[in-house]
Design a binder for this molecule. Structure first.
Ligand code: AVI
Length: 325
């Protein structure tokens, strides 16, 4: 560490974007910190634990949908396709898709290099003949695809309803960017969580074992660890709220008493009851889902849902854009 950094109490290891988002987010009204910062090592482990919770229906529902859709996907997907997965390929879902469509190549894109190499290695072992071309990148920015897959038809894979963590503006921006990277004629298989009764939604984000609470509170621990914070973590509580108007679950961290702390030597004060907004998880009805995809340049061509209509898997195509009806 440089002397000035020691005096400032700053760690030279801290990600400057994390520091900027936290300092800006704590100073803003309403206070809010982007959900992407949940995923340090501990946060990623806690998220994996969330996906196994009895209350967290999305993962098991989507996995069952993929199993069910497998044969049809195999028939619908282009032979010789390159599967391009946006996000990690560590889950059980990727092998299900790869087995169903028997692609010519697999391109996992992830921001975490370690995680990416680990899951690419595991998939390489499970599918020995399959060329795997990992790309370490933030897929929220333009992604150069490996030249080896340039001439292959593309099937994008964006499972987990991660699109729901973006507001409509950013979701459409991302869908359009994916269309630009994958090219006209490409297909996209995307998981989207449905609007459903609040009695199902809220426990999925506020489970009895407190795993989601630990996941949310870990953000404060991370700030203390990486940005020299003095946040009294025990003075905050996890809140999961269904915002019906915006059709989203909101996660917040609520101050249980008046608190004062510093982050990176900057002072902050919250009064009891004030919150820091940490995540949105948007849910879509059938029409809303299809409209969002169309706005992003993707035409839905097939849809699979579970009997309770809790989750949807949509196959879309980047058809030529037309203005005439
Ligand atoms: C990653 N993402 C789709 C999860 C969701 O359901 O919105 C993140 C999550 N947050 C709390 N539980 C799960």
């Amino acid at each position: 560490m440089l002397k000035q950094e020691i005096e400032d109490g700053q760690s030279s290891l801290a990600d400057p974007a994390f520091r900027a988002d936290v300092l800006g987010g704590l100073a803003a009204r309403p206070r809010a910190i982007p959900a992407r910062w949940f995923y340090d090592r501990r946060g990623s482990e806690l998220f994996e634990a969330i996906t196994r919770l009895p209350e967290y229906y999305p993962t098991r529902t989507e996995t069952a949908l993929l199993e069910q859709a497998g044969p049809e996907l195999g028939a619908l997907a282009a032979t010789n396709a390159a599967v391009v997965e946006f996000g990690s390929g560590s889950s059980a879902k990727t092998p299900l898709l790869l087995r169903a469509i028997d692609p010519a190549a697999y391109v996992p894109i992830d921001i975490s290099g370690d995680f990416l190499r680990q899951s690419a290695r595991a998939l390489g072992q499970a599918f020995p003949g399959l060329p795997v071309h990992p790309v370490e990148a933030d897929f929220l920015r333009p992604v150069p695809l490996p030249p080896q897959v340039a001439s292959l038809p593309k099937l994008g894979f964006f499972p987990g309803s991660t699109i729901g963590n973006m507001n409509a503006w950013h979701a459409v921006e991302l869908l359009r960017a994916m269309r630009a990277w994958l090219g006209e004629g490409a297909r996209l298989l995307i998981g989207m969580d449905r609007i459903k009764p609040v009695e199902v939604l809220v426990p999925a984000y506020d489970d009895a074992q407190g795993v989601t609470a630990a996941f949310n509170l870990n953000l404060l621990e991370r700030i203390n660890r990486e940005l020299d914070g003095t946040i009294p973590v025990a003075a905050f509580a996890h809140r999961a709220i269904w915002n019906a108007h915006a059709a989203r679950i909101e996660m917040h961290l609520e101050a249980l008493r008046d608190v004062e702390f510093t982050v990176d030597n900057r002072p902050f004060a919250l009064t009891a009851g004030e919150t820091i907004h940490t995540e949105n998880s948007h849910k879509y009805g059938p029409n809303g889902a299809r409209q969002l995809l169309r706005a992003g340049g993707w035409t839905p061509i097939r849809e699979w849902t579970d009997p309770q209509d809790w989750f949807a898997l949509l196959l879309c195509e980047a058809q030529p854009l037309r203005t005439a009806p």
